[in-house]
Design a protein around this ligand. Structure first.
Ligand code: ATP
Length: 421
């Protein structure tokens, strides 16, 4: 039996808010390896980690890829390290690259570490100790925080996954307006959705494949399969030179960050969960356009928020009523509020209880606890405490899912269009 051994390479924390992108750096390394006769096996991986990580630049992504563990590995390591040194944005305080090499099989404890990097926080020392214990060769630049994500990017098991094709600009165009023909993006979306997704936010008329920052990425197209990506790329017309492109296999849009919460009391700050609860009060909007309400279960309650950037989703959330049973997906942020990414209606409360109408036509008010109702207009009193049960029309539907718009969606959030795959 032939045993194939790989060298896994993980890279993270090379970019800054003003420039570079770890995926671009990885694609440059892959090209250089190829020029030296070393080809990577399979697709490189773009792994999104804890969305609440404190030092993330944007989407908290680390990159990994693997090559055959043969007599080329010393040259490969030399190329990787010299490219990381050449391209990382070292003058940004918050850029602390980490490169990890690992030869051997990915073990269960490594897979568990990767899940911890998605669900919780890991310190540089913890990552270093863990890496040492499993035999990683670690290279820290400056503080070397990137080793946290690099080990996770190598180690994560991908049961569910998607792909992203990223095109890169030529360096002289960095920072200038991207020359993308938006009409061609609409056309690409019409022809390739739902194999590709997250291309356009139709409500906001927002072309989501175009990044907002001045990084090397010209655009990124996300998909369920790699085959559709080249077709989609050919449909997108641009009026600037594309230096290069690279397809990554990724945990984006898989809900991998979401853990099933047994109940509300078991959820912790900075965790992301799927949780069932009953709506306690009518959602209310506050200054700034954020919308809040509470859910409860037999263990506790928690405030839930749909924030201003989620735009029309707030209108949907505002249709919730006390007594509705819903399953929420999202994360508990800095202010201990559950930040909703999507929800499913389990059971709508279709009844409302109202005070009875007096024979004079006026709605009656309570005459005191267990004292029935009285009419403020004509003075009439009734002894019964029974309210009127009224059926109400609901716009929301039982079993249906409702999600934030593309423009406000997390990289890890699974869109409804991927639910039936
Ligand atoms: P980009 O999306 O442009 O690649 P980014 O948002 O991924 O940027 P990084 O520059 O990679 O940001 O910085 C994120 C840092 O957080 C890295 O150093 C990474 O190792 C670290 N990190 C990742 N996951 C965790 C975690 N669970 N706990 C603590 N630190 C983490």
């Amino acid at each position: 039996m032939i045993i194939i051994n790989y060298l896994h390479i993980g890279i993270d924390d090379t970019d800054s808010p003003d420039g570079m992108c770890t995926t671009y750096l990885a694609s440059q390394i892959i090209n250089k390896l190829h020029d030296n006769g070393i080809d990577i096996i399979g697709y490189p991986r773009l792994i999104r980690l804890n969305p609440f990580a404190k030092f993330k630049t944007r989407g908290n992504g680390g990159v990994s890829f693997k090559i055959l563990n043969d007599n080329n590995v010393d040259l490969a390591k030399k190329i990787v390290l010299s490219e990381v040194k050449r391209l990382s944005v070292f003058d940004c305080d918050n850029t602390n690259p980490g490169v990890v090499f690992y030869d051997g099989d990915i073990t269960q404890e490594m897979r568990d570490y990767a899940l911890r990097a998605i669900y919780s926080f890991i310190t540089i020392d913890e990552a270093y100790e863990f890496g040492k214990s499993v035999g990683c060769e670690m290279h820290k630049f400056k503080k070397g925080r990137g080793i946290i994500g690099s080990i996770a990017a190598i180690s994560l098991a991908l049961d569910d996954f998607t792909y992203e094709l990223l095109t890169y600009r030529i360096p002289k165009n960095y920072g200038s307006k991207r020359q993308i023909d938006y009409e061609s993006v609409y056309n690409m979306d019409r022809q390739t959705f739902p194999d590709t997704f997250e291309n356009i936010d139709y409500e906001e008329k927002y072309v989501a494949i175009e990044p907002k920052t001045s990084c090397p990425v010209l655009y990124g197209i996300r998909s369920n399969t790699p085959d559709v990506l080249l077709k989609a790329k050919n449909m997108v017309k641009v009026n600037e030179e594309i230096q290069d492109y690279c397809i990554f296999k990724t945990n984006q849009h898989t809900d991998m960050h979401i853990q099933k919460a047994e109940n509300i009391a078991s959820m912790k700050q900075y965790g992301c969960y799927e949780v069932v609860g009953t709506v306690k009060n009518n959602p209310r909007i506050i200054d700034g356009g954020h919308l809040f309400f509470y859910i409860f279960d037999e263990t506790s309650d928690i405030e839930c928020g749909a924030y201003e950037p989620t735009k029309s989703f707030r209108k949907t959330v505002s249709d919730l009523r006390p007594g509705d049973i819903i399953k929420l997906y999202g994360g508990i942020g800095e202010k201990n509020t559950f930040n909703i990414e999507k929800f499913q209606v389990i059971k709508l409360n279709v009844f409302q209880y109202q005070n009875p109408i007096c024979k004079c036509g006026k709605r009656m008010t309570s005459a005191g606890k267990n004292k029935g109702f009285k009419c403020r207009k004509c003075g009439n009193k009734i002894k019964s405490n029974e309210k009127l049960k009224i059926r109400i029309e609901r716009r929301l539907k039982n079993s249906s899912f409702y999600e934030t718009p593309v423009s406000a969606r997390r990289h890890l959030s699974k869109p409804i269009c991927r639910f039936n795959l």
